[in-house]
Design a protein around this ligand. Structure first.
Ligand code: HXC
Length: 255
């Protein structure tokens, strides 16, 4: 199996890319499996957060170079891989990338599709596409710029040189760096903590952060206000505030 998918307790799931012999390169089969699992998780009412990981030494070394070396432009278009990335873009539930080792090219872009990135201290991030004659094709020129700004992005994309996890954290590309052997546990613990939150509020926060970033500030703030007000029609808002006042733990039901 090139990907491994497990539903875990606490309302979370774990998806692992499992092609270590090819450094978890994202061939079409792996991408299709990732999209299928993300879609399944999205429609599973019991699941509230997904962790995407690789293997202990590599998250993903990018698109499968051997599978595209001889392809032409129209063949690349007909492969329809953007529809696969679209599934990740459309996922309304929180996604966490747990990154050990290399996250290069499409692997770095896969991590950037997540909402939170937990990286091991030995992880390395990079967009080395230019070294093989191409450029990022799954959001690297845009998501990286929006995360770390023009000058760090240009250096990474034009030189193809990777950066360390510490540097990535310093520039805002990762959420948290932990020792390599704690990455998965930390990502799963965070996923469980998020899954225990009221799911409608979690979805709205994700939606506002992502869509608001591409809107004029005034319109984004108005959308935030409406989403905020609508949460007052949920049982979870009543429960969360009552539980606080009554000094007890809340029991959220996702309604
Ligand atoms: C296909 C790959 C691969 C890749 C590694 N392999 N990366 N195969 N596509 N992206 C294969 C190697 O050919 C080799 O196969 C085996 O995995 C082990 O690789 P090594 O290089 O020997 O391993 P190592 O010395 O540990 O180096 C790891 C590495 C390096 C630093 C990750 O493999 C590397 O630089 N890979 C390419 C990274 C890259 O350029 N990524 C961008 C791809 S373009 P054999 O058969 O010899 O054992 C891209 C475009 C995205 O991502 C567009 C949108 C999706």
């Amino acid at each position: 199996m090139e990907t491994l998918y497990e539903r875990l307790d606490g309302g979370i799931a774990l998806l692992r890319i499992n092609r270590p012999e090819a450094r978890n390169a994202l061939n079409m089969a792996v991408r299709e499996q990732i999209a299928a699992h993300v879609a399944a998780m999205t429609h599973d009412a019991e699941l509230h957060c997904l962790v995407i990981a690789g293997t202990p030494k590599v998250f993903a070394a990018g698109a499968d170079i051997k599978a595209m070396a001889d392809a032409g432009a129209s063949e690349m278009m007909l492969r329809g891989s953007d529809a696969i990335w679209q599934v990740l873009r459309d996922c309304p539930k929180p996604l966490i990338a747990a990154v050990n080792g290399w996250a290069l090219g499409g692997g770095c872009e896969l991590a950037m599709h997540a909402d939170i990135i937990i990286a091991g201290d030995g992880a390395r991030f990079g967009q080395p596409e230019i070294k093989v004659g191409i450029m990022p094709g799954a959001g690297g020129t845009q998501r990286l710029t929006r995360s770390v700004g023009k000058f760090k992005t240009m250096k990474m994309l034009l030189s193809g040189e990777p950066i360390s996890a510490i540097e990535a954290e310093r520039m805002g590309l990762v959420s948290e760096v932990v020792p390599d052997d704690e990455v998965l546990d930390r990502a799963l613990a965070l996923a469980r903590a998020i899954a225990a939150m009221p799911p409608i509020a979690a979805r709205r926060i994700k939606q506002l952060v992502l869509t608001g970033a591409d809107m004029p500030l005034g319109a984004a703030l108005a959308m935030e206000r409406t989403a905020f007000e609508l949460l007052f029609d949920t049982q979870d808002q009543k429960e969360g505030m009552r539980a606080f006042i009554e000094k007890r733990a809340p029991r959220f039901v996702g309604r």
